[in-house]
Design a protein around this ligand. Structure first.
Ligand code: PHE
Ligand code: ZN
Ligand code: ZN
Ligand code: CA
Length: 471
């Protein structure tokens, strides 16, 4: 779309060439990139725990408790408040591990979970090391990201799923009715890297379709075909679901057979199970599709980042202490300097909140647009952090970088690019990005958003709700 025409033909000619030779972006706009390398390392660790404990991580056996202890230590070190919740089973004591991120409104809780136990005959690496490792890595990444959750974020690692969903059922059963109604969403990850991969989304709309639709939208953004699966009672979302909590999840297939139509869209082998080692001793560290693991851990990331700030009508996080003036652009161009035009209340693109935002780019012609604001970060601050909400959409269709947004800090005449986003991977999901500016304490800094577009096919970089906060 063509938004405005601003530049003279001379400037236009100069920028057309420049726009085509921009370096690739430092960060993608497609959502948090949860490390598959780290996730695989967690799976290696779960395999080692099984190896050291008779080859399994099953209920009542030492490999299960060792798994709990190891995951707990990782979460504790990342700043989570963890609770180990014992309960008894016919195979001995089992444990749920619940991890709460301090903060967020306790009357709107968003939960993500996976069962941590294996069956007794093997190490349970795809079922369900994969879901456990993916949820663990996402929890660690979320805590490290410096996001400000609106909701209270909680992760659950369930015991004794393989004995009949015992841990998750126990957890939901011991909640007070107030605690239960505070849980607005529970998302389940049980088998996410099956070697003969399928991409299934729980078709579970008892309490709304939001979770399901957000998972399918994620796969659509990645260009990955998906199918609904009716999992009803087969995993740990069941107890939440039957208590009226909105649930959902993804699943990569277990014992059932891949059809030729499914092999056509996902590859792999028709006529064979999605996981031929399901509930067998061969469900080991080699029983994984690591490409699928990469896709699916990013799906967990997209959901955690989105649901942490979803509006359930509870208290939004405070904005006091923001060094930036007019941070949400609701006063128009006040306090910001740069190109005239991008700070707008045009309804052709949404604001993150209110009506006004910075809509940089979107011209479909060679342009450079920037907005900046200068503040001094107090020397006495312990930490300083810049954050903003961004929503990017593009009419570009190939994987070459043509249009970019750079987020920069200019201090003492030195320009530092904190991140670059481009048409490649641009998607229209609002995401909060945040950057540590602690090294600028005691300095005057200009926070700068600058967009360059090439001569055709628009990319719109919409920026809103900026913040430079100190502690
Ligand atoms: N809950 C099953 C297990 O752990 C796996 C599964 C998950 C099957 C989701 C179907 C749907 O064995
Ligand atoms: Zn399972
Ligand atoms: Zn199982
Ligand atoms: Ca706004």
């Amino acid at each position: 779309m063509r938004k405005r025409t601003l530049l003279t033909p001379l400037v236009l000619a100069a920028l057309t060439t420049a726009g085509l030779t921009i370096a690739p972006p430092a960060a993608s706009a497609a959502g948090p990139d949860i490390s598959v390398t780290n996730t695989k390392a967690h799976l290696d660790q779960l395999q080692s725990i099984a190896n050291a404990n008779g080859g399994n991580r099953s209920t009542g056996k030492p490999g299960y408790k060792a798994s709990v202890d190891w995951v707990k230590a990782k979460l504790d070190a990342a700043g989570y408040t963890t609770t180990v919740q014992p309960f008894s089973t016919s195979s001995g004591t089992s444990y749920n591990l619940v991890a709460d991120l301090p903060g967020g409104d306790s009357s709107s809780v968003v939960m993500f979970g996976a069962h941590l136990d294996s069956v007794s005959v093997g190490p349970g690496i795809n079922d369900n090391g994969s879901g456990s490792a993916g949820v663990l890595e996402t929890a660690l990444a979320y805590a490290a990201s410096g996001q400000t959750p609106r909701n209270h974020v909680r992760f659950g690692f369930w015991g004794a799923e393989e004995l009949g969903l015992l841990g998750s059922t126990y957890y939901v059963g011991q909640l007070t009715s107030g605690q239960r109604s505070a849980i607005k969403s529970y998302q389940n990850f049980d088998m996410i890297a099956s070697p003969n991969i399928g991409y299934f989304v729980y078709d579970d709309n008892a309490a709304g379709t939001d979770v399901r639709d957000d998972f399918t939208a994620y796969y659509d953004r990645k260009g990955i075909p998906w199918e609904y699966v009716d999992v009803q009672g087969r995993s740990d979302h069941a107890a939440f679901r039957s208590n009226g909590i909105a649930t959902g999840g993804i699943f990569s297939g277990a014992e059932s057979t891949k059809t030729s139509a499914q092999a056509g869209k996902w590859g792999g082998t028709a006529g064979r199970p999605f996981d031929a080692c399901y509930h067998r001793s061969c469900d080991t560290i080699t029983n994984l599709d690591l490409t699928a693991l990469d896709v699916n851990v990013d799906a967990i990331g997209a959901m955690v980042w989105t649901y942490a700030v979803k509006d359930y009508g509870t208290t939004p996080p405070p904005t006091a202490g923001n060094l930036l003036a007019n941070p949400g652009l609701e006063s128009g161009a006040v306090s910001w300097t740069g190109t005239s035009g991008p700070i707008t209340s045009s309804t052709s693109r949404p604001a993150h909140s209110g009506a006004w935002k910075m809509w940089l780019g979107g011209n479909g012609s060679a342009t450079t647009e920037s907005e900046q604001q200068t503040v001094t970060i107090p020397a006495a601050a312990a930490t300083a952090r810049l954050s903003f909400w961004g929503r990017f959409d593009t009419s570009e269709t190939d994987s070459t970088v043509y249009d970019t947004l750079k987020v920069q800090v200019v201090s003492s005449g030195v320009t530092t690019t904190l991140a670059a986003y481009s048409n490649v991977g641009a998607d229209a999901t609002w995401l909060q990005r945040s950057f540590d500016l602690s090294s600028y304490r005691g300095k005057s800094v200009s926070v700068r958003f600058v967009v360059t577009e090439d001569s055709s096919l628009q990319t719109s970089f919409v920026v809103d709700d900026t913040a430079l906060t100190t502690t």
